[in-house]
Structures are given as structure tokens and as C-alpha cells.
Unconditional design. Structure first.
Length: 170
């Protein structure tokens, strides 16, 4: 991701200080940022609540947060969703020649996905509830963001787990 960021900055003729660190233990002082943007990360975290706490801590009063993500693996825990997912998976495989989730080893990928903290959470509601609990205000969810950021094929492939945007203000 850092390399992609470097390439994007170079392409735009912009500069930025790029850093890597644990988003659950940020090395910034309180009230450091006006805006935080997170994309496709929270679903992978062991303790996403801790990350949201850290993000709240480092935002300045009036600062805003935008989190883009998706509810990737709820079909592993919900029988009705599983049936719909399996039907869609067959359709996607026939249409595009590859499955929705392209793991090197599908069984291993599914086993790992079952262990992820967020896999059985109903999102974005989980995120909204946590953000309110942590003291964010003006909390919102946009569940139609995929219609604006994905092409038609991507929307089709991701229809069982469409992207969403949640945001709020400190």
C-alpha cells in the first residue's frame, strides 16, 4: 500500500510523509488530525474497536473520520446468506471465470475468514453502534457508495458484500 501511495503521489506531483504503524496503537499525540480515512482495513483487524478508539483519540475536536469497508464473510455465519452467496458464487464463476473470493486455497481462505473478528458482525451497523458509543457525533452510513466507485462488473461480483462508507465527527 505504501508503494502504491508513492506511485500515486509521484503521478500527481504531490508529496507526503508516508508511515506504517499499528492502527490499534498510533504513535501520534491526541488531537492531531482533522481527517482520517480508512479503506478496506477494519474487516481484517483483531480488535477494530481499539482502532476506532485510537482514531477518535487522534482526531481534533470537529475532526472527521471516513471508513470504507464491506461485510465480507457474514455468509459463513448466516444460513440464508450462505444459500444466496453460493448461488451468486456459481453465477460469478460462470460469468467471469473466477470466484468471488480468490484465495489460493479456498478451504484455507474460508477457515481463516471464519476466525476474523468482523466476519460474523452485521455491518455497517456494528461500526455505527461503536462510533456512537465512543463519542463520535454526526455518525452516518452510506450503503450505496459502491454504485459510485465500482464499475458494473465489480458491483456484480461484490453484490453479496457491497462496500459501505461510515463516518462521523469528534
Amino acid at each position: 500500500m505504501i508503494e502504491f501511495a508513492r506511485l500515486n503521489l509521484a503521478r500527481e506531483g504531490a508529496s507526503a510523509k508516508l508511515m506504517t504503524m499499528d492502527c490499534q496503537d498510533l504513535k501520534f499525540p491526541d488531537n492531531s488530525f482533522d481527517l482520517l480515512v480508512c479503506r478496506n482495513l477494519t474487516w481484517t483487524l483483531d480488535d477494530p474497536a481499539r482502532s476506532y478508539q485510537e482514531w477518535h483519540r487522534v482526531l481534533r475536536p470537529g475532526g472527521r473520520i471516513l471508513v470504507f469497508d464491506a461485510c465480507w464473510y457474514l455468509h459463513l455465519f448466516d444460513e440464508n446468506m450462505k444459500i444466496a452467496y453460493e448461488k451468486k458464487e456459481k453465477e460469478i464463476l460462470e460469468k467471469y471465470g473466477y470466484p468471488v473470493h480468490r484465495h489460493k486455497d479456498q478451504a484455507e481462505g474460508e477457515a481463516l475468514s471464519r476466525k476474523l473478528f468482523m466476519s460474523d458482525k452485521v455491518r455497517p451497523q456494528w461500526d455505527l453502534d461503536l462510533m456512537l458509543k465512543l463519542g463520535f457525533s454526526k455518525v452516518f452510513a452510506d450503503t450505496s457508495v459502491g454504485e459510485r466507485i465500482l464499475n458494473e462488473q465489480q458491483q456484480d461480483i461484490n453484490s453479496m458484500h457491497p462496500p459501505f462508507l461510515v463516518g462521523g465527527e469528534k
